[in-house]
Design a protein around this ligand. Sequence first.
Ligand code: FAD
Length: 289
Amino acid sequence: MKISDKLAAKQTFSFEIFPPKGELPLEKAYEVAGSLAAHKPDWISVTYSAGGSGNSENTVDIAEAIEKRLGTTSLAHLTCMGATAADVDRYAGRLEAAGVQNILALRGDRRPDRDVVDFEHASDLIAYLRQAHPDFCIGAACYPEGHVESPTEESDFEALYKKQEEGADYLVSQLFFSNEDFYRFREKCLRHRIKLPIVVGIMPFTSVKQIQRMAFNCGASIPAKVVKRLVQAGDDPQSQAQAGIEYACEQLCDLAANGVDGLHVYSMNKPSIADAAASALASCGYLDE
Ligand code: FAD
């Protein structure tokens, strides 16, 4: 089913999974997907990693298994940095054959070994998909605190508007740790004539190291209230991870109470994170018990 149809009907709940890297067998990903699907999410998205870890092939296999083995809607990510139109055609063909109707159209991170070939920005990929593969429902990324490369906030909103104009059906947000940043962003979207539904992505922090890496990679700011939680958790890794899950659950319930279009949990292939998120959202009435 198309995600745009689900968003038109209700506030959604979804998870992200990433394909196994290195030696991890594909069966392991199916197992993780199975435990996420048990919460009856509206969809499960599958990330895409071009080059490097070489697991982009697995994205389609996992998305297909989510649809066919688990009877759950899947969303396949696709990055276009370094890709040709023929690469995109092949990928779209595989998805069509697998019964996957949803693509998250992304540029991907800049890397020295990857030149722009046929697509410079995600909006170019969206335009191409819209014209060459019109049956897909297309999602795109948005950045409540701005994309790390954007010189100005205005240029980021211009880029986002372009994604809408080229035919994106909805947006999925980058992670953030302060909901106020999201509420401000949502208002600014309206002022910039961006009217697409926004699915909010939340990722729990799991350790001091991990949150520092996320802050650097995604440009997410770390509010004082998060620093305090980590300090109070002390040096114990389990206490730090627990603090992160609790904080993310509070974020999710606050977002639910503030009328978001959808909630997407970056569960990092950890069923325990999905379990905690689903149970928090059931207790605050966003999900049925
Ligand atoms: P773009 O929209 O191309 O934006 C990149 C930069 O260029 C921004 O600064 C933007 O303001 C600017 N820009 C855009 N259009 C124009 C224009 N026309 N003119 C001038 N400037 C412009 N990465 C992966 O590798 N695999 C994944 O599976 C993956 N999943 C993700 C899922 C979500 C929900 C999010 C938020 C990110 C994901 N990423 C993933 C990371 C993503 O690839 C990076 O954030 C990447 O740096 C930007 O991708 P984009 O699609 O937003 O690119």
